[in-house]
Design a protein around this ligand. Structure first.
Ligand SMILES: Nc1ncnc2c1ncn2[C@@H]1O[C@H](COP(=O)(O)OP(=O)(O)OP(=O)(O)O)[C@@H](O)[C@H]1O
Ligand SMILES: [Mg+2]
Length: 258
């Protein structure tokens, strides 16, 4: 399958004026369409720096980054913003929901930037809220939602544009383990049933265990990159659950949301 992400010898050096911090020291990485990847590593190992580059929020100091076959190292800020709006979905640790806007308005936001009509925006946002089980809370403001519900709204917002790539930095940070597990189950379903490509950063091995591929960072380099043995069996080990969900129309909703 085609590579969504292809990094070649990517270096990132933060120049603070006094010191130069080499945050990435030559990272090469390829992620194919349909993969679910977890990136782990100690604090300061370069995970967020790598995510910022993958998410076109920052550019490499050296090396090459092809997103969906396009050399983003050469793109202008405007072109990078265009890719972010059209092709990427972000879930940040702090959710970043707009406080004065209801759940459904938050989910509509990326479609506004993409120039989708008001009617279509509402329709698709409600479909996404339904997908994450938040239909009953569409009109609520973020502070009227629980932490897990806010996170689900953030996931709906990240997915409403049908991004080619979903990026999540500590997606279950601040959530209780039950809610965290629900969200990761949702990621797994999206990945398996709709082929959603996901790259997720976490320092928690129990969370990384949901991904099919595990990457460990150390000192700005990839220290290991392997298939997750516990997920290797794939849907077969979750046969019953997958069959139920396949019949629920969840995957269908994802595909027809365009
Ligand atoms: N804007 C910046 N300016 C200077 N140095 C930075 C900047 N951002 C990150 N760094 C440094 O780059 C290195 C990698 O940081 P990064 O944020 O990528 O780590 P991380 O793996 O995400 O850590 P954490 O798990 O704590 O979030 C660290 O040494 C950090 O201090
Ligand atoms: Mg970080």
């Amino acid at each position: 399958m085609a590579n969504v992400i292809a990094l070649e010898n990517v270096e990132k050096i933060y120049d603070t004026g006094e010191v130069k911090v080499p945050a990435l020291r030559g990272v090469s990485l390829q992620v194919a369409s349909g993969e679910f990847v977890a990136i782990m590593g100690a604090s300061g190992s370069g995970k967020s720096t790598l995510m910022n580059i993958i998410g076109c929020l920052d550019r490499p100091t050296k090396g090459k980054y092809l997103f969906d076959g396009q050399d983003v190292s050469r793109l202008s800020r405007t072109e990078l913003a265009h890719i972010r709006n059209r092709k990427l979905g972000f879930i940040f640790q702090g959710f970043n929901l707009l406080k004065r806007h209801s759940a459904v308005e938050n989910v509509e936001m990326p479609l506004l930037y993409a120039g989708v009509s008001a009617r279509q925006r509402r329709k698709r946002a409600l479909e996404m809220l339904s997908l994450v089980g938040l239909s009953q809370r569409a009109g609520h403001l973020p502070n009227q939602l629980s932490g897990g519900q806010q996170q689900r709204a953030a996931i709906a917002r990240a997915l409403v544009n049908q991004p080619q790539l979903l990026l999540a930095d500590e997606p279950t940070g601040n959530l209780d383990s039950h809610t965290g597990a629900e969200i990761l189950d949702q990621f797994q379903r999206l990945n398996r049933e709709s082929g959603q490509t996901i790259v997720m950063v976490t320092h928690d091995p129990a969370i990384a265990a949901y991904a099919a591929r595990l990457i460990a960072m150390r000192d700005g380099l990839i220290a290991s990159d392997a298939v997750n043995p516990s997920q290797h069996a794939g849907p077969a080990s979750h046969g019953a659950a997958t069959a139920t969900l396949a019949g629920s129309g969840v995957a269908g909703t994802m595909r027809t949301a365009s």
